[in-house]
Design a protein around this ligand. Structure first.
Ligand code: SAH
Length: 369
């Protein structure tokens, strides 16, 4: 048998890549559909159990291919029902994946890179630096691990109805692998999620917007966080490369000709930095004419940050002003903050050992392996 490392990981393949793989083996393209269904719909990772494949093909796949998932090393459950999984990758790096249950949906927040290269000043992932891109298998593997851990509802429905690429990393800087993984999410023979229920969040890698629309027209969220270039340059340094005017032009193109589509603009609420009524009015003016929703995110603190979350009254007033200007504005509920699973708190590697060991002591955390 080939060593594990030499085997092709079929988790890396969307339909197109899977069809190419089977045609390379001299097999018909419908084999791609069958294997996608086994792996992603039934959660089977043993080729021997794939009973509608010929015996010879099963043997051949066992010899040359594998379905290799990231290794689940730790699971934590929040008081509010949020769950977080720490996954170990081949290289020894770790990433985090978070499930957020709500009354009408279940959202999985997944990572696209180990660390991040963008250095947004209010984000704890930035402090960790950038290590590498995730493979498509590692991205879609987060869904598979979560599906397995969550099981179905008593009615037999899947618990994950939405996926957001809002974990660690900048998805548009890992374009090909992210698109492959999203193709699997939106493929009817895999997860069958509608494109509207898969949301890619970006700090604004402008040149990739048009390509994304062409590759897979999923929902787009843009981390705006400031209503002018001067302030945004400080918070999201990528703005110096792709300033707000270019960013908004790319946003308009993304939803052009798709009348019901809106871009979500994320805006982290930082006390005394970007949260004044004047900022709110400036934001409303900036987004005039853009098909936009605004998502206000209360800042989630992390060790060694000097930022503080805006006061609730300031957030409420900010929201009132932006709503009054005609924009649908929601304040995102902070979820899972007791297990450091909230936005901007994902760090992957186990960094705050002290707090984690305290939690272990109170039994909120359990080792899976
Ligand atoms: N790189 C992508 C996706 C990752 S971050 C992006 O920038 O969009 C997902 C969202 O959480 C982004 O809007 C990000 O700006 C926000 N975020 C980061 N750190 C945060 C923090 N400490 N508190 C609240 N939101 C934060």
């Amino acid at each position: 048998m080939n060593p594990v490392a030499d085997k092709t990981n079929l988790l890396d393949f969307d339909r197109q890549a899977m069809e190419a793989f089977f045609s390379g083996l001299g097999e018909k393209s419908f084999r791609a559909t069958q294997v996608l269904q086994w792996v992603h719909q039934r959660g089977v990772d043993d080729f021997a159990a794939m009973s509608n494949l010929s015996k010879e093909l099963r043997a051949r796949l066992q010899e040359t291919a594998q379905i290799r998932l990231p290794e689940l090393v730790m699971e934590q459950g929040s008081r509010d029902g949020t769950r977080k999984w720490l996954l170990k990758l081949d290289s020894g790096n770790c990433i985090e994946t978070v499930f957020i249950p709500e009354a009408d949906r279940g959202t999985l927040c997944i990572s696209s890179q180990v660390g991040c290269s963008l250095n947004c000043t209010f984000c704890s992932t930035a402090q960790q630096g950038f290590n590498r891109n995730l493979t498509a298998a590692e991205i879609i593997g987060q869904l598979l691990v979560a599906y397995r851990a969550l099981g179905d509802t008593p009615k037999g429905e899947r618990r994950i109805s939405n996926v957001v690429l809002m974990g660690m990393g900048e998805p548009l800087l890992n374009f090909d692998n992210v698109v492959r993984a999203m193709n699997i999410m939106t493929d009817d023979f895999a997860y069958g999620l509608s494109k509207r229920r898969v949301t890619l969040s970006t700090a604004g890698v402008v040149p990739m917007f048009d390509r994304l629309r062409e590759a897979n027209h999923v929902s787009l969220a843009v981390s705006l966080h400031a209503p002018n270039d001067e302030l945004r340059d400080q918070l999201v340094p990528l703005n110096k490369k792709y300033p707000i005017a270019e960013l908004l032009a790319a946003c308009r193109r993304y939803v052009d000709g798709a009348p019901h589509r809106k871009i979500t603009f994320e805006y982290v609420m930082l006390d005394g930095v970007n949260d004044s009524p004047a900022h709110a009015r400036e934001l409303a003016g900036l987004l005039e004419g853009v098909p936009a929703k605004v998502n206000l995110i209360p800042f989630n603190p992390f060790p060694n940050t000097s930022y503080v979350c805006s006061r609730p009254a300031a957030i409420a007033e900010f929201r009132r002003i932006v709503t009054h200007a005609g924009l649908v504005t929601v304040t995102r509920k902070t979820r899972g903050d007791d297990i450091d699973a909230a936005c901007g708190q994902l760090v992957g590697k186990v960094m705050d050992r002290t707090r984690r060991s305290q939690r272990l002591a109170v039994g909120q955390e359990r080792m899976v392996r």
